[in-house]
Design a protein around this ligand. Structure first.
Ligand code: ADP
Length: 525
């Protein structure tokens, strides 16, 4: 050991040395990296002062705020663990995850305090609450309360830095099936994830660099907002925090701050470009957007392009910190025409540095022919070791030394993967597999289709048949004509054509904003 660990402390320190005058913006506040660092260090020290010990878990409950950004640094920097709480869970699930994570402190904005005060009886394991309340509001609760701004005051306490293998963060999966499962990550894992992400992001068509202004729209409670709070600071980039996801205000801020880079699930992109002022506010930004968490459909990508937005797919999951692949150009693709390159951006991408990714069917790697389907299995230095307090599911996840994603994909001759379905969403009709994401991709291009989800419906004869849910004002006749065209031109097999097209005004969404196929399947029962 040479005494220099891969820690978040060191990540931040070098970033501040290199770009101390760069800005972090939140609402009407703007501060330099240098000021942020000073405050973050004070917060770290004052957390120790109020009794936080190494390995203590601090639950953060807030929208994507400046306090959250401090949490990303100050908590792990003293060897404590940041638990990013999913604020969209129902209260009983929030408390379940807090108990399961062994939280001992809460860092929270006053707007969420009602939840805590009302349910204090379930929180007898909490030793202290740090509240962001400008007016130092009084809360009627039997747990010690500290005010966030008091903890930013100068302190000269010295503290021992964490080891790179100390746990830095934890959070829970969105729990689409059953109770959410907890995952955790060490300093070393987060630093390596950041370095590898920057390596990939520096390629075309993203070319993420110091001239960018980033405003991620991936909730900070979910998978480290895809690591952007670390990668961007590491790279010296101007960072704009979105606060609560209020679309009109976000569009105004993007315009005002000249945001050039963002990341989001497809639903948020759809909401952004559906706003009446979107075109006017976005068109001059040259905005690059990484779309992940669910497949980027061709229809959505084309619509975004008409708004001057350059979309690029990314892929990952809670268990993987999250980034595994990005649809940046490799050497086989970079010299192709713009139209051809657009096609590659719609794929799921190529592994980022240090990710070993295989697509396997019956224990054998599939051919690079874009046809044969297999499961994605991965290894990388930043994948979770397993689920918190769940040995059985951890062993299942890590069967044979590879992390099993449960995602089904093909891989093409250029090395790009394309996810065609999730194992748990797969539709089996007459013993044959119908890839729902390929169908959705095609249906998304039909005029008037805003959102589409294809799910399985039980069928006496075939076992399962596909049914498409559509949000939009497309005509059923037009959809049927297009489906025949897709069959006639060989893009899909005839038996893939959904039996039904059901129009809905709104798609059900999971707590992380993805279309909730489980709810749609339940509707069909
Ligand atoms: P949840 O399982 O609740 O959706 P995660 O946020 O961990 O929680 O989601 C990870 C999953 O999201 C992946 O396993 C994959 O199925 C899906 N996913 C993520 N990115 C993409 C993508 N680019 N294309 C298709 N599916 C994706």
């Amino acid at each position: 050991m040479n005494g220099f660990d891969l820690t978040i402390n060191n990540l931040l320190e070098t970033a501040v040395m290199n770009n101390g005058d760069q800005k972090i913006v939140y609402m009407d506040r703007s501060l330099t990296y240098k000021e942020f660092y000073k405050n973050a260090m004070n917060l770290s020290k004052n957390l120790i002062k109020i009794g936080v010990n190494r390995k203590d878990v601090i639950a953060v409950i807030d929208y994507d705020s400046l306090m959250y950004m401090y949490g990303y640094y100050s908590i792990p920097m003293i060897g404590a663990v940041m638990h990013t709480v999913n604020i969209r869970y129902p209260p009983e699930i929030i408390f379940y995850t807090m108990q399961r994570a062994d939280d001992s402190y809460i860092m929270i904005d006053e707007v969420f305090m009602d939840l805590i005060v009302k349910n204090a009886a379930y929180l007898n394991f909490i030793k202290g609450i740090i509240v962001n309340s400008k007016d130092h509001k009084h809360f009627d609760i039997n747990i010690p309360v500290y005010y966030f701004d008091d903890l930013l005051k100068d302190s000269d306490l010295e503290f021992k830095e964490p080891d790179e293998n100390d746990t830095a963060t934890l959070f829970f999966t969105s729990g689409t099936t059953g109770l959410p499962k907890g995952v955790s990550f060490t300093h070393r894992q987060l630093v390596l994830h950041s370095i590898a992400s920057i390596g990939a992001l520096s390629n075309e068509p993203i070319k993420y660099n110091i001239n960018d202004v980033v405003m991620p729209l991936v909730p900070m409670f979910h998978v480290h907002a895809w690591g952007i709070p670390y990668t961007s600071i590491m790279n010296g980039i101007k960072y704009v925090l979105p606060g609560k996801y209020d679309i009109p205000r976000i569009l105004e801020t993007m315009n005002k701050e000249k945001v050039s880079m963002s990341a989001m699930v497809p639903t948020i992109l759809y909401m952004l470009i559906s706003d009446k002022n979107a075109k006017q506010l976005l068109q001059d930004l040259n905005l690059k957007v990484i779309i992940g968490g669910a497949a980027l459909s061709r229809g959505l990508a084309e619509r975004a392009r008409a708004y001057g937005i350059d979309v690029v797919s990314g892929y990952g999951m809670s268990e993987t910190a999250p980034i595994l692949t990005l649809a940046v150009y490799n050497r086989k693709v970079i010299n192709k025409s713009d139209e051809e390159k657009f096609e590659f951006r719609l794929k799921t991408g190529i592994p980022i540095p240090m990710v070993s990714l295989r697509v396997v069917n019956n224990n054998k790697d599939v051919e690079n022919n874009g046809k044969e389907i297999g499961e994605i299995i991965v290894r990388a230095p930043w994948l979770t070791n397993g689920y918190i307090k769940d040995k059985e599911k951890s062993e299942e996840l890590w069967k044979d030394g590879w992390l099993h994603t449960g995602d089904l994909a093909v891989i093409d001759e250029y090395g790009y993967i394309k996810i065609v379905d999730r194992e748990k969403d797969a539709i089996k009709s007459g013993g044959e597999f119908i890839p729902s994401l390929i169908l959705e991709d095609l249906i998304s291009t039909i005029q008037g289709v805003n959102e589409v989800a294809v799910v399985a419906k039980a069928d006496d004869k075939w076992g399962e048949r596909p049914v498409a849910f559509i949000n939009g004002n497309a005509s059923l006749d037009e959809i049927k004509i297009k489906m025949s065209e897709f069959v006639d031109t060989g893009r899909i097999a005839k038996f893939w054509v959904p039996d039904d097209f059901i129009f809905v005004n709104e798609m059900p969404k999971t707590s992380t904003g993805k279309i909730d196929k489980k709810v749609l399947r339940d509707k069909l029962r």
